[in-house]
Ligand binder design. Structure first.
Ligand SMILES: Nc1ncnc2c1ncn2[C@@H]1O[C@H](COP(=O)(O)OP(=O)(O)OP(=O)(O)O)[C@@H](O)[C@H]1O
Ligand SMILES: [Mg+2]
Length: 234
């Protein structure tokens, strides 16, 4: 569904990713893990055209989507939830969701999609008129994911959805992510919580210094080197 071919990208002329090959198959969860500064967020930003691409290609459903503008990427079926739960603090929950639909002209469709998100996240419906700044961290994260879902993505890019969340809330967020995936949405998930991400993913890539150091299925949980570095030796 998504193929990244020999991608080199970065910022202001500085190459951060040095020739990445990466693939997502339909309805798959792919985990992307690696140390701080490895370039995980940069890889998601490269797909979403938020950094500089020096060479290589991003192919989505057999179409070259490299460097397409944001609204066009969303229209093609790719949505992105950036690191750090970026919600509009001074807008209500419902307004935040509607902002996700900025490319949609059909208001009935927007309302329908808002309803769908409310079904998935009932607390968002209960608190639809609350300002986003009054939600807890976990609730804001789910709102950010809900806002992306309004766009009806086929591929969802999630950057550190569990960052800074208490374990119980983190578990809930992972459950929701699994559910979203079960409805047929492919997901790339970047995670600090490597073990949890690898467990819900069909496949995992490990990124180190702008290069793919390793890829594999859940069996990498048993790899002793990987265990020590990424799974806290457990
Ligand atoms: N907007 C930017 N301008 C210049 N350099 C940047 C920018 N964003 C990130 N970088 C640099 O790119 C490199 C990779 O950063 P990136 O955010 O992709 O890493 P990461 O793997 O997501 O790390 P973390 O786990 O800390 O989120 C780092 O050296 C970082 O300093
Ligand atoms: Mg990051």
């Amino acid at each position: 569904m998504l193929q990244i071919q020999n991608l080199k990208s970065g910022y202001t002329g500085m190459e951060i990713l040095h020739g990445i090959n990466f693939e997502v198959r339909p309805a798959e969860i792919v985990a992307l893990i690696g140390p701080n500064g490895a370039g995980k967020s940069t890889l998601l930003r490269s797909i979403f055209n938020l950094c500089e691409i020096y060479s290589g290609k991003v192919i989505f459903k057999d179409k070259n989507i490299t460097k397409l503008p944001t609204h066009e990427l969303i229209y093609q079926g790719v949505s992105y939830v950036p690191q750090g739960r970026q919600v509009f603090s001074n807008l209500t929950v419902k307004e935040n969701l509607e902002m996700g639909a900025f490319i949609m002209k059909d208001h009935e469709l927007v309302e329908r999609n808002v309803k769908d998100v409310f079904n998935k996240f009932p607390f968002l419906e209960e608190r639809q008129n609350t300002l986003a700044l009054n939600l807890s961290g976990g609730e804001q994260q789910m709102l950010a994911i809900g806002r992306a879902l309004i766009q009806e993505p086929e591929l969802l890019l999630l950057d550190e959805p569990s960052l800074g969340l208490a374990p119980k809330i983190m578990k809930e967020v992972f459950e929701k992510i699994k559910k979203i995936n079960q409805e047929g949405i492919a997901i790339i998930i970047v995670e600090q919580n490597a073990k949890k991400a690898v467990e819900i993913a069909q496949r995992t890539y490990i990124l180190e210094d702008g290069q793919i150091a390793l890829q594999g299925g859940r069996e990498i949980l048993e790899d002793s080197r990987i265990k020590n570095i990424y799974f806290g030796g457990r």
